[in-house]
Design a binder for this molecule. Structure first.
Ligand code: AMP
Length: 415
């Protein structure tokens, strides 16, 4: 048997219903804020991610699915959504076509060659949004608010933690990087090997190291918040002011260790973690990306969450009844003896019901009455329409309520 590649999944039945539900709820929330859906290619030229995500990041260093196509071009399966959407924004001149601020949402498959474990796959779903054109903290606030609203609508907003931080603009970061370098150099041999490398390549990433010893060292490290320029500080303070006017007052944490793994972020960054401290969602501002990719300088802020992580939380938190409600509903199952005359009769009934919007499953096999009833139960049909010789002869239908077992007979024309 040929098996699927490691780190990928087949999705069907209950899980598929949950995915569709997550996407629907998310997009419904985002539509209320004026987001439009965008779809970009699954693969892009590799240079997009080298430039966009950053050459010193884990994603680009270790995790990209990169290959030469038959024309000898270096191609990469997208490891995240933002770079592709930013490329499309520039290439398609979306500023001209759609105006600013522009809000784009997506539901996409992304690919990272990661160490596979629970909640960490090599192909996974990112659902998110990007907002182009506003430099203001009120836009950051709107994005964070949308994230919290999505989790609330999905009924998984209990026991989650919103963490925010500011990485400032270049000047703040350069100031801070110097201080951090001085601090870490004093103890450099105590850091893990990866952090010793990060010290040289991407020093901010030292802050989100999960190694115990590094964490301890980071606890005493200088905090970026204390090195922000006046402008950056005001930007962050304004964002907090807005958050403090909502139910989030007192519910979010400023966490100086949130730096996010990608190079393009500046100023606001944020993450939402579940009760086990696993990241559900991440986002932030990336004012420099569009220009870096060759577009006109355009401020932007966005977010994305992992569909699988949200799905797992739903599977864990939802009651059986809640899960049942997400299932694709079957209104009617037609139970009949297979045969041309019966099929024609059944088809007219099914057609009429489907026109009215009902889900109708007509019998296509040649199963026994008992097997058909069993199947109707299994797929959770609400009613069975029984079509036998007698029904066809008299132009009637026998309708059985699958829950109460009650049976009635009606004229076929009444349906
Ligand atoms: P990131 O772009 O790394 O911040 O990822 C955004 C979100 O995607 C995270 O908060 C996770 O929920 C999810 N995610 C990231 N990496 C993986 C992975 N390898 N497998 C499944 N979900 C992931």
């Amino acid at each position: 048997m040929i098996q699927k590649p490691r780190g990928t999944k087949d999705i069907y039945s209950e899980e598929m219903d949950i995915y569709n539900y997550i996407a629907k709820v998310t997009f419904n929330v985002m539509k209320k804020y004026g987001f439009n859906e965008i779809s970009t290619p699954i693969f892009e030229k590799s240079e997009l991610f080298l430039k966009g995500v950053g050459e010193d990041t884990d994603i680009v260093n270790k995790e990209m699915y990169t290959f030469d196509d038959k024309g000898g071009r270096s191609i990469t399966l997208r490891p995240e959504g933002t770079a592709g959407v930013a490329r499309a924004y520039i290439e398609e001149a979306l500023e001209m076509k759609m105006g600013l601020p522009l809000k784009l949402m997506y539901n996409m498959q992304v690919f990272r060659y990661e160490k596979v474990q629970k909640g960490r796959q090599r192909q996974f779903t990112q659902i998110g949004g990007e907002l182009f054109g506003s430099p203001n903290p009120y836009a950051d606030f709107e994005i964070i608010k949308i994230c919290m609203e999505i989790l609330k609508e999905l009924k998984i907003d209990k026991n989650i933690v919103l963490k925010i931080n500011s990485l400032g603009n270049k000047e703040s970061r350069e100031n801070y990087k110097k201080v951090l370098a001085e601090y870490s150099d004093k103890n450099i041999e105590k850091y893990c090997v990866t952090c010793q490398r990060r010290r040289e390549t991407n020093i901010l990433r030292m802050l989100d190291c999960k190694e115990k010893e590094c964490k301890k060292l980071n606890n005493d490290a200088p905090k970026i918040i204390d090195y922000l320029t006046e402008e950056d500080k005001n930007h962050f303070e304004e964002l907090k002011k807005y958050l403090d006017t909502t139910k989030l007052k007192g519910e979010y944490e400023v966490d100086p260790y949130i730096v996010r793994g990608l190079d393009y972020y500046n100023r606001t960054v944020f993450e939402i973690l579940d009760a086990d401290k696993k990241a559900i969602l991440g986002g932030g501002r990336y004012d420099g990306l569009i220009e870096k990719l060759g577009g006109k300088s355009t401020e932007a802020v966005g977010f994305a969450f992992g569909g699988e992580r949200v799905k797992d939380i739903i599977l864990e938190k939802y009651t059986e009844k809640q899960k049942q409600e997400l299932k694709q509903k079957v209104d009617y199952v037609i139970v009949k003896e297979y045969g041309v005359e019966n099929n024609i009769y059944a088809n007219t009934v099914a057609e009429r019901l489907r026109e009215k919007g009902f889900v109708v499953i007509d019998e296509l096999m040649d199963k026994s009455f008992k097997a058909q009833m069993k199947n109707a139960n299994k797929i959770g049909a609400k009613k069975a329409i029984i079509i036998g010789k007698e029904e066809v002869q008299n132009g009637v239908l026998t309708i059985k309520d699958m829950e109460s077992g009650e049976q009635i007979q009606i004229d076929k024309e009444e349906i």
